[in-house]
Design a protein around this ligand. Structure first.
Ligand SMILES: [Zn+2]
Length: 275
């Protein structure tokens, strides 16, 4: 771990020490450094990846043993070209439905929501598609979803929104992939698939927010998926402090001001003071 270059200030750390002690957690230097970085920031951005949601039971598709190491992802061009690819896409999505529907925000999500409600964090930029930041109480317009959202579907042509429950009922009748009632376009979860262009508006907003931040906190991303992972690099180049909290090392650890290789919910929860 590399020390932050900001001047040390121990104001408020007594409270933190007390919180850690009452929960039987070690009050350690990494936690104190992160608390100090957040205290000293005027405008922070939190950038989240799969690691924050695995603690809610959402599998990390890209991890070793994850779905995409066992089953090749379906490319967007195949989805457009083939009814069987669309059918298989929906089969896989509905097979995941219980995991997504039953997932609840965990301590990490709650800690991030607390930072947003304090005004410390303006927006959360997320690679996740599970909607758990919104479920933790963060307003829709304060969550920038780089890979879309899998908890609802939309028409690829006219963007009409569809809820999954009724789509599932009709899909399970005859396995016909859903099409739009309005225009006949293909209906797909509102996610960005492999081979699909990154969404322009979220990418543009994420860049603006990244450039406005003086502290950029990566929470649970291994930072391997570009272009999304370019944001922490951009923040750092622009003069922001970069903090990375992730169980495993990431490619950007060498340029980060602070790296915490530890469990997310427990770490952020202790720093922010939420259960
Ligand atoms: Zn349509």
């Amino acid at each position: 771990m590399r020390a932050l270059t900001t001047p040390a200030s121990h104001a408020g750390l007594g409270v933190l020490q007390h919180i850690c002690q009452t929960r039987g957690m070690p009050f350690d230097r990494e936690i104190a450094d992160l608390a100090r970085a957040i205290d000293g920031s005027r405008r922070a951005v939190v950038f989240t990846g799969a690691g924050i949601s695995t603690e809610s039971g959402i599998p990390d598709f890209r991890s070793p043993g994850g779905i995409w190491t066992r089953m090749a992802p379906i490319d967007f061009s195949d989805f457009l070209a083939s009814e069987e690819a669309r059918r298989e896409t929906w089969r896989r999505r509905f097979a995941m439905e219980e995991a997504f529907r039953e997932a609840r925000p965990n301590r990490g999500h709650r800690a991030v929501a607390e930072l947003v409600s304090r005004g410390k964090v303006g927006v959360v930029i997320t690679q996740n598609i599970d909607g758990l930041h919104q479920a933790s109480g963060i307003a829709d317009d304060q969550v920038i979803e780089l890979h879309g959202n899998t908890t609802y579907a939309h028409c690829l042509d006219c963007k009409a929104r569809y809820e999954l429950a009724p789509l599932r009922i009709s899909f399970e009748r005859d396995e016909t992939a859903p099409v739009c009632d309005e225009c006949g376009g293909f209906v797909k979860t509102a996610t960005i698939s492999f081979g699909q262009a990154m969404p322009e508006e979220p990418m543009r907003r994420a860049e603006i927010e990244t450039l406005a931040a003086d502290l950029f906190i990566v929470a649970g991303s291994s930072l391997v998926v570009y272009p999304a992972a370019a944001f922490p690099e951009l923040a750092k180049q622009n003069g922001a402090s970069l903090v990375i909290i992730n169980r495993e090392a990431t490619g950007l650890d060498p340029i980060a001001d602070l790296v915490l290789n530890r469990a997310l919910g427990e770490t952020l929860g202790a720093v922010v003071g939420v259960d």
